[in-house]
Design a protein. Structure first.
Lengths: 507, 291
């Protein structure tokens, strides 16, 4: 395999920091390889990607040392636009990188910049749109496309120039599991059929494991592992130190002491049958159903959006008990967000009743805390302290100090919230909501894009809140999280309740 | 229609979307010169009505008409109301007395508060100027692809960085509008009181910071994205198609009218200062009547 990218002893220190973010990074990437670059927040993944795209040279007054050879040429001194001729970069949020009004124009942009004739542009744009699964959607407005389609469009906008290397910075972190699977399948297809070299950054290794043969693990600015995923699973100390969430199958293999770890369900089942003795008389785990009083009661909730032909929610009913954590699950379009919006007071049900401690919901709205999916948009002030105290008359300094210590936010009390890591930002929002002492806590996809460390912190926070008698109702696609954290699962399908019961039975 | 769609331009008539950025920007610039040069309320009104006519033929959607109407009415009303009350030039004719000068306390403090006829007219002229510009500006914004405008600015030899910055503002308008709605909702959700849950105006001051911060982040990513797609490298390579014949005629007409208006206005002002030439009498008459 020909070598496409060689990074030797790369070191980078941001001008504003004393410690280098990249310490001594060295690795090579062969042409046609598809590699996953993982590591917890702050390990230097995005900085490394920026170094390869040539952005670090122009971004701030940092110090870059070492060598980056791309296709045999040393590109350390190159401008980002020169590197862009060889490297295509796709960022986390498609909305931030798409520029034109229609899908066709977006893909044509890079070719127009190269001054190609209109007929060639037209042919290549159509081909690329078809290649990423957007054939026939060229005339569509960008904002009429779904999130997954927009990310495909972002991919098409760089693929159209046939780059030698494709860099992707957490491209699936905002997608639902199905969308992420489809996108990764597309990348694998591009890699296999067209030999495209791909380097993808993501810390959700447990979800992406099946798509990559090789993983590069960064820890504190250095490559601490470079090899196969199978090899990584054999080193539990390494994966947990690097903040990776290990796939459930692998954890089970380890717990059962199986001779090897696998991510495939069927293979794991075969291994269990071969090496383990299953005792049918073994007792089932104790149910973790909440035993507190019923606090929230919903009966026959119905909701229809303006202009829609059918109800999005149809006769949904459930009860939430004090101290209980309930997960709301279902496919896209099942009505999860609509139900959360009803509970959060954003919209009103058309029919049905909703009560909190027996009182009508609208009279108790101030007792409901609601964390929206885009938590960053919930940060309103310039310090963490101000976030907690914003419009909050009941919070005392002592409580604030305690809370920030519990949430590992104590060193950042006077920091600008949006400058914190993703996990810290989410904890700030959650803390600000909890500081009001809500009786019901609603969370829309609270763990999307979070690394293991942050996930653990969120779990602890929610458990502590529930122990105090509060009701937690969170919407998630993450089955593993739901079964680990929730006492109960409410499963919606087509706007109706499909299942409502103990988490280990429904999941 | 969502907040985002409200600020997007792909629901207008195809013909106006296909007009090049150069033509749109030139018409907009010409119009701005006309509105600055012209003081006649009637002409200004016709110009303003013309922009509304353009919205009609461009098939501006109903939701956008609502937005346009609110912005125009607020602007016009604000301008007329403030000028009607605080018009300082003379002569001025009071048509309504709000506070009599001999009224205890307030009368002495304010020396009377009146609504002046000349103030209303002056406010209407200023209001029509801004309303016309707003109306045409929104039309350009609602019917243009950011790339179209970017190419136009580059053809006019504007530095690529500056052109990019100007167009980014338009690119982010739909996203900003959608996010402003979300931030407002968040502010309501984070309010501790029942009133705060429903309030809108009291939350508005807090909308700016989160929006601005995100906007800066977005702008950085967008800049990186277009840079890596060769935007700044491609200045010499970018293909520059000639303007269609109809647009060339329109642009020339706009330039001619602009030149005519400016020259007529200058001649008229000079004539008022005593620099009068008999040969230009018809121009003086036209300027007095229509400009």
């Amino acid at each position: 395999m020909d070598e496409l990218l060689r990074i030797s002893h790369l070191r980078y220190r941001y001008g504003t920091r004393e410690e280098p973010t990249l310490r001594d990074v060295s690795f090579t990437l062969g042409a046609g390889e598809m590699v996953l670059l993982a590591g917890k927040s702050g390990s230097g993944k995005s900085t490394l990607l920026q170094a390869v795209s040539g952005i670090l040279r122009t971004n701030g007054r940092g110090l870059l040392e070492g060598e980056i050879r791309l296709d045999g040429q040393d590109v350390v001194g190159w401008a980002p636009e020169q590197i862009g001729l060889l490297v295509g970069t796709v960022y986390q949020t498609p909305d931030d990188q798409l520029f034109a009004m229609t899908a066709y124009d977006e893909v044509a942009f890079a070719l127009e910049n190269r001054g190609l004739p209109e007929e060639i542009i037209s042919r290549r744009v159509e081909e690329t749109l078809v290649r990423v699964g957007l054939g026939g959607l060229g005339a569509r407005g960008i904002h009429t496309l779904s999130g997954g389609q927009r990310q495909r469009l972002a991919l098409a906008s760089v693929l159209v120039t046939d780059p030698k290397l494709l860099l992707l910075d957490e491209p699936v972190s905002q997608m639902n599991p199905q969308g992420a699977r489809d996108f990764l399948q597309l990348l694998r297809q591009l890699n296999r059929e067209r030999g495209l070299t791909i380097l993808l950054i993501e810390h959700r290794v447990h979800e992406l494991a099946g798509y990559f043969r090789r993983i590069l693990l960064l820890r504190e600015g250095s490559v601490c592992y470079d090899g196969s995923l199978q090899g990584l699973w054999k080193r539990p100390d390494l994966s947990s130190r690097a903040g990776l969430r290990i796939p459930a199958c692998v954890r089970l293999c380890r717990a059962l002491g199986l001779p090897r770890c696998t991510e495939g369900d069927a293979e794991m089942a075969a291994l269990i049958r071969q090496y383990c003795r299953i005792d049918p008389a073994m007792p089932a785990p104790e149910p973790r159903q909440g035993t507190g009083p019923v606090r929230v009661e919903a009966r026959g909730l119905c909701y229809r959006y303006d202009g829609a032909e059918t109800d999005t929610l149809r006769q949904v009913g459930f009860q939430l008990r004090g101290g209980e954590i309930t997960a709301l699950m279902g496919c896209n379009g099942a009505g999860k967000s609509t139900l959360l919006n009803l509970l959060g007071g954003v919209t009103m049900p058309e029919r049905g009743s909703l009560t909190l401690d027996g009182a009508p919901w609208q009279d108790r709205l101030e007792a409901v805390g609601y964390m929206r999916q885009e938590a960053d948009l919930m940060l309103l002030t310039d310090t963490v302290r101000n976030e907690f105290f914003w419009n909050n008359r009941i919070l005392r300094e002592e409580t604030f100090r305690q809370m920030t210590e519990q949430m590992d936010l104590a060193p950042y009390r006077d920091d600008f919230p949006l400058a914190l890591s993703k996990g810290q930002r989410l904890r700030v929002v959650l803390g600000a909501i909890l500081a009001r002492k809500p009786e019901v806590l609603l969370l829309d996809e609270p763990t999307t894009g979070q690394d293991l460390e942050s996930l653990d912190a969120i779990r602890s926070l929610l458990r502590a809140y529930a122990r105090g008698g509060g009701c937690v109702f969170f919407c998630t696609h993450d089955v593993e999280l739901a079964s680990a954290l929730a006492d109960r699962v409410l499963l919606l399908s087509g706007g109706q309740t499909l299942a409502d019961g103990e988490a280990h039975r429904v999941c | 229609m969502s907040m985002r769609q409200l600020w997007e331009g792909n629901d207008s008539a195809p013909w106006i979307r296909h007009v090049t950025g150069e033509t749109k920007l030139l018409v907009l610039l010409s119009y701005s010169v006309w509105t600055l040069a012209i003081d006649n309320p009637e002409t200004l009104f016709y110009l303003f009505a013309g922009t509304l006519g353009l919205h009609l033929v461009a098939r501006t959607s109903r939701s956008k008409w609502y937005v346009l109407a609110i912005l125009l009415l607020l602007g016009l009303w604000g301008s007329m109301f403030s000028q009607a009350l605080f018009y300082t030039q003379t002569p001025r004719t009071p048509v309504l007395v709000l506070i009599r000068p001999d009224m205890p306390v307030l009368g002495r403090l304010t020396e009377g508060l009146f609504v002046y006829r000349e103030g209303i007219l002056y406010g209407a002229v200023q209001g029509l100027r801004s309303a016309g510009m707003l109306s045409l500006g929104l039309l350009v914004c609602w019917t243009s692809d950011p790339r179209q405008l970017l190419q136009a600015l580059l053809r006019w030899r504007l530095p690529a960085q500056i052109a990019f910055m100007l167009v980014t503002a338009i690119r982010f308008l739909p996203v900003l509008a959608a996010e402003a709605g979300e931030v407002l909702l968040v502010l309501q959700l984070r309010s501790g009181s029942r009133r705060g849950r429903r309030a809108v105006l009291r939350h508005l001051p807090y909308v700016i910071q989160p929006l601005l911060t995100r906007c800066l982040r977005r702008a950085q990513t967008l800049a990186l994205s277009v840079t890596s797609r060769g935007f700044f490298l491609a200045r010499g390579q970018r293909k520059q198609a000639p303007l269609p014949r109809s647009e060339r005629i329109l642009c020339l007409a706009c330039l001619a009218v602009t030149g005519g208006v400016v020259v007529s206005k200058i001649l008229y002002v000079l004539s008022e200062q005593g620099f009068y030439w008999g040969a230009f009498r018809q121009i003086y008459d036209g300027a007095k009547l229509y400009l």
